[in-house]
Design a protein around this ligand. Structure first.
Ligand code: ADP
Ligand code: AMP
Length: 214
C-alpha cells in the first residue's frame, strides 16, 4: 500500500509531480482541487457551496473536502495506493484522514514536502495553463506546449484557471501559511515526512521523488 501525501504551497508542483508518480507507480492522483472544480462545472449542490470560497482564494469547509476524500479512498483503484494532492490542508483534515485511513485499513507511507522559494510561486501560478481535456499541466514560459495554446498530448485548447489571478493567488498564499503550513509540524511527529527541493528541472525533481518512493 503506497499512500502518499504531497504537501506544498499553491504552485509548488504537486499536480505536475502527482501525474508522473501516478503514471509510473500506477496509483491514482486524488486532487481535491480537481474534484471541486468538476463539481463547480457540473453545478452540483456541493459545487455551488464550494465556488464562493474558491473564487476568493479561501479554503472550502473541512467537512465538505473530508467527505469527498473519504468516498474517493473507498474506490477499488485505491487498493494498491493513492496520491493525495492538495489534501489535507488543515489540521482537522489531517486528523480526519488519520481516522479514515485507520478505518479503511489504508496507510500513508510518506509525506513529500515540496519546497519552492515563495517569490517563484506567483510567477508559476500566473503562467499556469491546464488542458481542458486531459488536465495536463503547462506553463507559458517554464513548461510551454509545442504549439501555443494546445495540449501536446491530446490537442485540446489550454485554459487558465479562474483563481490564477494575482489577487486570488495572494489570498491563497496567505491561507497556505496560516492553515496548511502547520501540517509540516504535524507530520514531522510521524517520521514520514521527506523534504524535496522542488525548484529547477521538472524531470530532475521527479527523479528525486521516484528515488524516495522506490
Ligand atoms: P500545484 O499543483 O502545487 O499548485 P502545479 O503542478 O499546478 O502546482 O504547478 C504550477 C505551475 O508551475 C504550472 O504551470 C507548472 O507547469 C509549473 N511548474 C511545475 N513544476 C515546475 C518547475 N519545477 N519549474 C518551473 N515551473 C514549474
Ligand atoms: P488546488 O487545485 O489544489 O489549487 O485547489 C483549488 C482550490 O480548491 C483551493 O484554493 C481551495 O479553495 C479548494 N480546495 C482544494 N483542496 C482543498 C482542501 N483540502 N481543503 C479546502 N479547500 C480546498
Amino acid at each position: 500500500m503506497l499512500g502518499i501525501i504531497l504537501l506544498g504551497p499553491p504552485g509548488a508542483g504537486k499536480g505536475t509531480q502527482a501525474k508522473k508518480i501516478s503514471d509510473e507507480f500506477a496509483i491514482p492522483q486524488i486532487s481535491t482541487g480537481d474534484m471541486l472544480r468538476e463539481a463547480v462545472n457540473n453545478g452540483t449542490e456541493m459545487g455551488k457551496k464550494a465556488k464562493s470560497f474558491m473564487d476568493q482564494g479561501g479554503l472550502v469547509p473541512d467537512e465538505v473536502v473530508i467527505g469527498i476524500v473519504k468516498d474517493r479512498l473507498q474506490a477499488k483503484d485505491c487498493d494498491k495506493g493513492f496520491i493525495l494532492d492538495g489534501f489535507p490542508r488543515t489540521i482537522p483534515q489531517a486528523q480526519a484522514l488519520d481516522r479514515v485511513t485507520n478505518d479503511l485499513k489504508k496507510e500513508i507511507r510518506v509525506v513529500l514536502s515540496l519546497e519552492v522559494d515563495e517569490k517563484e510561486l506567483m510567477e508559476r501560478l500566473c503562467g499556469r495553463r491546464t488542458c481542458a481535456g486531459c488536465k495536463a499541466m503547462y506553463h507559458v514560459t517554464f513548461n510551454p506546449p509545442k504549439a501555443e495554446g494546445k495540449c501536446d498530448k491530446c490537442g485540446t485548447a489550454l485554459m487558465q484557471r479562474d483563481d490564477d489571478k494575482e489577487e486570488t493567488i495572494k489570498a491563497r498564499l496567505v491561507n497556505y501559511k496560516k492553515m496548511t503550513e502547520p501540517l509540516l509540524q504535524y507530520y514531522k511527529g510521524t517520521g514520514k515526512i521527506r523534504s524535496v527541493m522542488a525548484t529547477g528541472d521538472i524531470g530532475r525533481i521527479y527523479a528525486n521523488i521516484a528515488n524516495i518512493l522506490r
